[in-house]
Design a protein around this ligand. Structure first.
Ligand SMILES: [Zn+2]
Length: 232
């Protein structure tokens, strides 16, 4: 696993911008959607309109275009979706990707060369909506990147094995009716071993599952470098 982390770190010395039109770190502001953010206490963050209003407030503070964050963040965002929770003890509320909150229709760019592993519309409310998974191979290490909450037309003309070069347009951000009830954003997640999963992979886990998933799904910022990342 250490090898994948090293590979991600070494892939680029400079930031990789996943959303078209954002070519400078000054366009980015980090956002805290965790349970400890007191600003969220009076907001129903599961409501896409209230969530969007909060995101715009955060963006306007820094005059930014993209609000990002969320890796291993404990969130209350998923409480309303029964698909995430079977019991309080096993509540799945730890977020395993990075979210980039931006305008609907914003084009999503491939961060590195890869090919389509699988794609699917995970249309259950609270899930990913239209989802693409790319497979990457570099220095004999195979790993995957997942793009969730896309527009439905992002899945047009795809086929398993279709190649994408770094910077190619992979899709667009979907609206709440399609991305299944979230303010528009990209869920970007790295996956080392994907097993038999196709077009889908857990994007949240329970506290007990953190050791496994944090190892199998390393911090996307190791690759993206849009934030200072502590490397263990
Ligand atoms: Zn997410």
């Amino acid at each position: 696993m250490k090898n994948l982390k090293d590979l991600l770190i070494q892939t680029s010395q400079t930031p990789i911008f996943l959303l078209k039109g954002t070519v400078d770190l000054k366009h980015y502001v980090s956002i805290d959607l965790s349970t400890v953010n007191k600003e969220l206490s009076h907001i129903n963050i599961s409501d896409p309109h209230q969530c969007q209003a909060y995101i715009e407030k955060v963006l306007s503070r820094k005059n930014a275009k993209i609000a990002y964050g969320g890796y291993l963040e404990k969130r209350s965002l998923y409480k309303v979706h029964s698909a995430f929770n079977t019991s309080v003890k096993d509540e799945r509320n730890i977020h395993l990707g990075i979210d980039l909150w931006a305008r609907v229709g914003t084009e999503v760019l491939s961060p590195m060369d890869g090919k389509i592993h699988s794609f699917k519309n995970n249309a259950v409310k609270g899930d990913y909506g239209p989802t693409i998974i790319l497979e990457h191979k570099k220095k004999d290490i195979v790993f995957y990147s997942l793009y969730g909450h896309l527009s439905i037309d992002s899945l047009n003309d795809l086929y398993v094995g279709k190649e994408f070069k770094k910077g190619n347009v992979l899709g667009r951000l979907g609206e709440p009716a399609i991305n299944v009830n979230y303010a528009p954003h990209l869920h970007f997640q790295l996956i080392h071993h994907i097993g038999q999963k196709k077009g889908d992979y857990p994007g949240v886990c329970s506290s007990a599952e953190i050791p496994f998933y944090s190892n199998n799904c390393p911090n996307p910022n190791l690759l993206l470098k849009i934030d200072a990342v502590k490397i263990d």
